[in-house]
Design a protein around this ligand. Sequence first.
Ligand code: GLN
Length: 538
Amino acid sequence: MAKFVFVTGGVCSGLGKGITASSIALLLKAKGYKVFMQKFDPYMNVDPGTMSPIQHGEVFVTSDGCETDLDLGHYERFIDEELNYTSNITNGKIYSSVIEKERRGDYLGATIQIVPHISNEIKNKIYEAASTSNADIVITEIGGTVGDIESSVMMESLRQFRLEQGRNNTCFVHTTLIPYLYGSNELKTKPTQNSVIELRRLGIQPDILVTRAPINLGDSIKKKIALFGSIPENNIIEAKDVPNVYQIPLNFHNQNIEELILNQFELKVTKSDLKYWEDLLHTVENLQGEVEIALVGKYIELEDAYLSVKEAIKASGYKYKTKVKINWIDSEVLEKKDANLKEIFKSSQGILVPGGFGSRGIEGKILACQYAREHKIPYLGICLGMQIAVIEFARHVCKLEDASSKEFDSMCQNPIIDLMVDQKSIVNKGGTLRLGNYECKIEKNTLAYEAYKQDIILERHRHRYEFNNEYRNTLEAKGMIFSGINPESSLVEIIELPKEMHPHFIASQFHPEFKSRPTKSHPLFDSFIKASMNYKNK
Ligand code: GLN
């Protein structure tokens, strides 16, 4: 039977609850336990798939094809375990499943109520995460802040969960803020005290407090929080601001957080193996030189919209011990009549066009891709970035001037990007994209093969439109190489240009960023960053 850690947040959002949960999971894994993670999001969307990235940041995709909260990306990057459909639960998912059961007649005769029907459904999702993952310890993060109306049923379910499982099978970790007042130069504990009171009002007494503060707390502050929160002083963990998130697990480890949890669970405390993480931190703190990458998107006012891409770029930088600076470029700016592309891309040694939906900013991305191709600047296209690359090539090299995607131009005469047959009949927008893992067979003697050194790869997808294979011969005749193909459906997965035409031009229909880890960077990002470093040295 698994043990359960619940991570809640108080005082305000944005305290790093996701990083706290991931760090705890990493530390428990380093003690030899099999861990699994889960996030509860208290909104009514069934999943974030239909939300704008500007609302909610990127949509992270699991290997089994679930569209999830970006925190799952943090989890996978920290614990290097594949999560699944049980890992992101929303109020929308819970309510729709209860209503579906009611319509089916599963509860015949009963009045359906928040307690017990909704609360049972929530608890079942926690048990399901444990049973499908076979983990020793499941870490569940609850989104939002204690006291929110939205998350109140989730909190009620956790209260019941503790009642069912007892204190030695459940551990409540509450993260709060200790603000610092300039002028009087002091830390204030009242918001934390109130937040613990709020949690207790919901029937939950936290076992461990993780306190975010700009400076060390000092003994008297710790004593005060311990007294008012009814928490042993040892169970107050300081989460002092750090310049680098990779520091956080090590800081927690120095305060023995994993031992506190394991003791409560009556599980064996072994020696930790954290050398690989210490090495990562050492690398990150000692990066030499710099390469600059232009990331051309339309949601750039929110960097979180491209979180995994950003992390994957950085991770490949770590591999080569190089700092990577990202130049965030708004594709709509490139479309302006007086836009000076030479000036805009002057300091960048690589151009990356990431995923995206809809027609806004498309022409700017095509211009960026054309600039990269013509000026022989390393290019990496991801999903929409691959579709852009073939459209650009068809228009400017194959002279199919109106080549486009049916997504942006439903009437276009040369739909080089089109809907697959099975997508044409789909009406519902939610959860119906081509999602999750699909195989790709790689052609030998290509950039893709050089990067992966493997014939068959498995990568995660999130798209509706595809390269239209009717145009393959036309593009091949002008030099484009189709170096990755799905063996079952013949859908195009990777395209590239030969070395004679361009030093490094490659794009994939899948999203490689979801499989990159800070300790295990991704081959496509590696080859792109390496090419950009070479471009700089030339
Ligand atoms: N909008 C494109 C499609 O649906 C690309 C999607 C993406 O970049 N994730 O196919």
